[in-house]
Design a protein around this ligand. Structure first.
Ligand SMILES: O=C(O)CC1=CCC(=O)O1
Length: 270
């Protein structure tokens, strides 16, 4: 469970932020995936906030953060991160994002490399899916509202987890389904707009921030091949593949936390 949760009012809106761990420690920012909230990072925050200052936030359109009307863009999502860091007086941080959070990390590493010590891009891609699919999903959610969010929640386990994990951990899976079911339709749709428009396949070659890519072996959405493409494009990027589907930080929480700690600050996971 997150502690020290606050609503931060910044120029670009109000953001629900949890800020945990020693004030003077190096900072790690955690950024959620589409249809989830900062609670998705509970397992990582619990361990890593022993030695790092862990700042997590609900992405625009999600959880308790601002739901402005769309379309959003990944540049806008990256700008929100900078506003949050500015408001908290943080000059430089390591950034770890999953899926939508991962492509936000790529945009951040391109727009403001001087603010990042490391970037971890999990279960993501330089281009996620295709524009037509995201347009269809955004249209459906805008048309059907809460009914579409319930449908997306019902089908989420098939995208997010392996069948074995879903069968073994129904209570964890149900908790994640509640996040998406409760996401504001316009916030969700506006993030789909951002994903449909984002194509960083060429720009990422300019990234010089130390980069770790994490992929899920059987992720149906952002594949190992997507991660290998990024690894080939980004100088020195490392790649870890975990035995998971899309939400690798939930499905393989311990291994994910260890990989993140080993990269950002060896010893931070004990
Ligand atoms: O479709 C999903 O739910 C998976 C996903 C795609 C982008 C993201 O952040 O999550």
């Amino acid at each position: 469970m997150p502690s020290n949760v606050q609503t931060l009012e910044v120029e670009t809106g109000a953001f629900r932020v949890a800020d945990e761990g020693p004030r003077e420690a190096p900072v790690l920012v955690l950024s959620n995936s589409l249809g989830t909230t900062l609670e998705m990072w509970d397992a990582q925050a619990e361990v890593l906030s022993q030695r790092l200052r862990v700042i997590r936030y609900d992405t625009r359109g999600h959880g308790g953060s601002v739901v402005s009307s769309g379309p959003y863009s990944v540049s806008e999502l990256a700008r929100d991160v900078l506003q949050i860091l500015d408001a908290l007086g943080v000059e430089r941080a390591a950034f770890c994002g999953i899926s939508m959070g991962g492509i936000t990390g790529l945009a951040l590493a391109l727009a403001a490399p001087e603010r990042l010590t490391h970037v971890v891009v999990a279960n993501s891609a330089a281009k996620i899916g295709d524009a037509a699919m995201w347009r269809e999903r955004a249209d459906l959610v805008r048309r059907e509202g809460a009914k579409a969010m319930s449908q997306l929640a019902e089908t989420a386990p098939g995208r997010w987890f392996t069948p074995a994990f879903t069968a073994a951990h129904p209570e964890v899976v149900q908790r994640t389904q509640a996040w998406i079911a409760n996401t504001a339709p316009e916030g969700y749709a506006a993030c789909c707009d951002a994903l449909g428009e984002a194509d960083l396949r060429e720009p990422i070659a300019a990234i010089r921030t130390p980069t770790l890519l994490i992929a899920g072996e059987v992720d149906p959405t952002t594949t190992v091949a997507d991660a290998q493409f990024m690894q080939a494009a980004i100088d020195g990027a490392q790649l870890r593949v975990l035995p998971t589907a899309h939400l690798s930080n939930v499905e393989a929480a311990e291994a994910f936390t260890q990989a993140l700690a080993d990269f950002v600050q060896p010893g931070a996971a004990g």
